[in-house]
Design a binder for this molecule. Structure first.
Ligand code: THU
Length: 133
């Protein structure tokens, strides 16, 4: 069992920084990187609604900006600090940067990547149909 407490604490703290004048639905996301650091993000909305950045986008940006690596454990929370599922787009975002032992805390308990994003599209799909050089 993964200890999600430090990630829950980080996600709940950063949710308070969300910029959500339109939905009033703050989200905080936190990930444990394979070198032990914790990266996090909050959602940032925009008057052009479709421009909104999910909390996971900020977290992955921090992952790369702070040195890269792979995410080993992840959680996201709502305003009440309750665990929520990442949206479909953000599951794809997480898949790109997930460690082989990636685990996510969901409202139904801990799960692996294949359980939350079955038959995911990835780099192997690109390679399989790559044009001849
Ligand atoms: N949101 C996230 O930040 N991450 C998710 O995985 C689900 C949705 C945000 C986007 C928007 O600012 C608000 O929650 C309501 O959809």
């Amino acid at each position: 069992m993964t200890d999600f407490e430090p990630l829950l604490e980080a996600a709940r703290a950063v949710a308070a920084r969300a910029y959500v004048p339109y939905s009033h639905y703050p989200v905080g996301a936190a990930g444990l990187v394979d070198d032990g650091r914790i990266v996090r993000g909050c959602n940032v909305e925009n008057a052009g609604y479709g421009v909104t950045l999910c909390a996971e986008c900020g977290m992955i940006s921090e992952l790369m900006a702070s040195g890269g690596g792979k995410i080993r454990a992840f959680v996201c929370v709502n305003r009440l600090g309750e665990v929520i599922m990442p949206c479909g787009r953000c599951r794809q975002l997480l898949a790109e940067h997930a460690a082989s032992d990636f685990t996510i805390l969901t409202p139904k308990g801990e799960a692996n990547l294949d359980e939350v994003l079955p038959q995911s599209f990835g780099p192997a799909d690109l390679d399989a149909a790559a044009p001849e050089a």
